[in-house]
Design a binder for this molecule. Structure first.
Ligand code: TMP
Length: 428
């Protein structure tokens, strides 16, 4: 049950930690006009108030320099700087939950509307948002009550709430006959917020019970990344890890074979090119042994703690490489691995699809090859075929991505499709 029909959020300091992007963009803008920027501490105070007021207070720029620097800052922030914004943890889960429960979710921001919209799009949040108002290109002197009433339209203010980090957010709510909630984790003056007597939230988690009585528990998620050697798995996992962290998720990045001290020792044994005489069954058992320790010590605890486990390779690799490549068969590999996995299978698996010939060419350019990578082309052709079969059989779990596309396009596709799974499984 929702406590309010309409929920209006401020952006900076309420949904996003905008400090890194704003500070970075001011550094750039001051550099462009050949002046030193104020300290980062002072630049943080730029978040919220009007830009010219802050420049007057914290810099010694002349009027003419101020006229020059503002558009430089705005354009750079809009094109580049906003990418350094961070979403506060659990914001996605909060918006998704409220949206699913039927709330009308609105945004009222003191930043240019196009910048607000761009950041919401960057974080894939627009599907939860029903309306946004921000400063337009010809809006001189627009204040928070105006921005809020613009986005409220004909909604009944007595069933609406405004959530923001500035005392002016909650006083605007009061003036309009709405409830105000102040968040103390943002950039606004905490003491003034407390003194205003409004409801307070010290974290996004504390917002949940103020807005709804059905609060979802924090839910973990197991995600693996698979593909032939040379498919770009590490690069893409790095990018995905970075994005998920920016999106406020707690990510436990790990890999197989390895991921914890005992399993890393087994990894060394498995990949050592001197171990040429290793028997195929020994190899399959060692991969499973390293997995058993890894699931027990890393994967299971992290999922139970509500984290996202991002694992480079998991049991699908054993099915593809030992089952397919070494021709031990799927069934034997599944039997060997059952006690290792102990029921912990990924909820989603990103498969970077690349044919074995292209993968081989890519590997040939890399430096030292390990014992498995050194295998002949036929081995890798069988691995490819096994992956294809797995992906076809378990189409609901696999996210198949064309690994021949450019790096940025692949990263964006993976992120979009992983977020779809995260939302569908109510992760976060
Ligand atoms: P990596 O280079 O992706 O870290 O993986 C190490 C090698 O181990 C790679 O060639 C794939 C192989 N491998 C298997 O053969 N079976 C497995 O179960 C796993 C996890 C990896």
């Amino acid at each position: 049950m929702l406590r309010f029909k309409t929920i209006v959020f401020d952006l900076d300091g309420t949904l996003f930690d905008s400090a890194p992007g704003i500070i970075h963009s001011w550094h750039y803008a001051f550099g462009q006009i050949g002046e030193n920027p104020p300290s980062d501490e002072d630049l943080k105070k730029f978040i919220g108030p009007a830009i010219d007021e802050s420049l007057e207070k914290y810099s010694s720029l002349t009027e003419e320099q101020m006229q020059r620097i503002i558009p430089i800052y705005r354009n750079y922030y809009y094109e580049e700087g906003y990418r350094k914004t961070l979403l506060y943890p659990r914001v996605r889960t909060l918006l998704r939950t409220l949206h699913e429960q039927g709330a009308r979710i609105l945004v009222a921001t003191g930043k240019p509307e196009r910048a607000g919209r761009r950041i919401l799009e960057y974080f894939h949040l627009m599907s939860f948002i029903d309306g946004i108002s921000g400063v337009g290109p010809v809006d001189a002197g627009v204040d928070k009550p105006m921005l809020i009433s613009r986005v409220l339209k004909d909604a009944d203010p007595s069933t609406a709430v405004m959530i923001g980090d500035y005392p002016s957010d909650v006083s605007a709510a009061k003036d309009l006959g709405m409830t105000g909630i102040g968040v103390t984790y943002g950039f606004g003056d905490q003491e003034q917020l407390i003194a205003s007597g409004c409801m307070l939230a010290h974290s996004v988690d504390e917002l949940f019970p103020l807005l709804t009585d059905t609060v979802p528990a924090k839910k973990g998620f197991f995600l693996s990344v698979e593909g032939l050697d040379g498919c770009g798995k590490t690069t893409q996992s790095d990018a995905l890890e970075r994005s998920l962290r920016e999106f406020g998720f707690t990510v436990r990045r790990t890999r197989e074979p390895g991921g914890c001290p005992i399993s890393e020792k087994i990894r060394d044994l498995l990949l050592d090119i001197r171990n040429e005489e290793m028997y195929d069954i020994t190899e399959a058992l060692l991969y499973a042994a390293s997995r058993a320790q890894h699931v027990h010590q890393v994967i299971r605890p992290a999922i139970e703690d509500g984290q996202i486990v991002l694992c480079d390779r998991f049991v699908d690799s054993s099915v593809a490489f030992q089952g397919g490549g070494r021709q031990l068969g799927v069934e034997l590999i599944q039997q060997i691995n059952a006690p290792a996995i102990n029921g912990y299978m990924p909820s989603a698996t990103v498969y970077l699809r690349l044919d074995h010939e292209t993968a081989l060419r890519r590997r040939a350019n890399a430096s030292a090859l390990d014992r498995i990578e050194k295998e002949k082309a036929e081995f890798h052709a069988r691995v490819e075929a096994a992956y294809e079969q797995l992906a076809e059989q378990d189409a609901g779990r696999f996210i198949i991505v064309d690994a021949t596309k450019n790096r940025e396009a692949i990263a964006e596709e993976i992120l979009t499709r992983v977020l779809e799974r995260i939302d569908a499984l109510e992760v976060g």
